[in-house]
Design a protein around this ligand. Sequence first.
Ligand SMILES: Cc1cc2nc3c(=O)[nH]c(=O)nc-3n(C[C@H](O)[C@H](O)[C@H](O)COP(=O)(O)OP(=O)(O)OC[C@H]3O[C@@H](n4cnc5c(N)ncnc54)[C@H](O)[C@@H]3O)c2cc1C
Length: 374
Amino acid sequence: MATDTSFDLVVVGAGIIGLAAAYAARQRGLRVAVVERHARCIGASVRNFGFVTVTGQRRGEHWQRARRTREVWEQVVAQAGIEVLHRGAYFLARRPQARDVMDAFLRTDMGEGCRILGAAEAARDLPMLQPGHGVLYSPHECRMESREALPRLARWLEAAHGVAFFWNRPVLGISLPQIHTSQGVLHAAHAVVCPGHDLHTLYPEMLTQARIRLCTLQMLRVMPAQPMTLPGAVLSDLSLARYDGFTGLAEAGALQALIQTEQAEHLRHGVHLIAVQSADGSLVVGDSHVYGDSEVPFQRDGIDDLILGELHRVLRVRDLRVVERWAGTYASSADVVYKTAPAPGVAVGLVTGGTGASTSFAFGEELVALSLGA
Ligand SMILES: Cc1cc2nc3c(=O)[nH]c(=O)nc-3n(C[C@H](O)[C@H](O)[C@H](O)COP(=O)(O)OP(=O)(O)OC[C@H]3O[C@@H](n4cnc5c(N)ncnc54)[C@H](O)[C@@H]3O)c2cc1C
């Protein structure tokens, strides 16, 4: 338990955005504390795939954020003792129109380092892949087990960087230099607020005006009866029709129209496929996207069936046992991030495009700069 109560900068929220901001502030030599409502991070940052993606991010600034974040993750995982479970991503084109999107993507600057795998290469890397119209391979991605990585990151920030952590302490209000928590007042010249999808505790009027909604996602962990190895994340046409980095291409229109006809139920529930593997051989598979003004409290089997159906269209894996189901929620808006400075010295930041693991470290740097007025 930290005992100091005065810092240069206090971060609210120990999700990945808060931890990334704490790291960025320490890189500037500031004395930093992180204050978290819960006993540990239980938000979106530990419920996600742990999939750090570059390919598919919105072109321009956000893609650059992902590239920068990927670079910082590489430094951090080595130092914090976080295991990278696999690298790269494989997109299977199940339709010729998806292959057109891939070819068009490769002609853009975002295609750098990516390529279409030859049939032999694809069969070598992923022998269980269903037949299709080509596989786009991106080398830029990596995957960590978030539920292990986040606590390790926090412990490392504390031990190696001297960040003070206050757990089980909701922050109730900020009036710098005072930060009012459920257990007393902390003092800091600067604050960075990273509340995830809590839009009601700090600066609620501002977050309401920003037209932020909540997106609830369903996730599954499945164990294949026969051992198998995924060398990287596996995705399908549905992601090529969903991710901004692809949908911004003219060729995406034909694919989206076809999916609208052939997989309307998937689109209705925002289902697309990401499959990644954990150290015990199980696969984390998702996901769906249901938008509203609150979290969706109930999970639906029908949505899980849509996700698993797509998995079977992409991978020849029989006899899967579902061993875990969970849901996660993130704040969502038309833009991919929301950041603002509601008072001098304070920055508030949310990643609203569902890509916080992939863009956290760059966004954390932006938020610290905003709070410093830099
Ligand atoms: C199921 C799912 C899958 C996803 N998959 C991916 C993926 O593979 N790749 C990717 O890049 N992104 C993914 N995302 C998105 C990504 O997980 C989020 O963008 C990211 O985790 C958001 O981080 P955060 O720190 O803002 O939020 P959170 O992780 O929710 O953390 C916010 C923290 O702030 C705390 N807090 C809030 N208010 C207060 C307060 N007043 N006082 C104290 N503490 C407070 C909360 O308790 C919480 O711990 C996924 C999201 C979900 C839900």
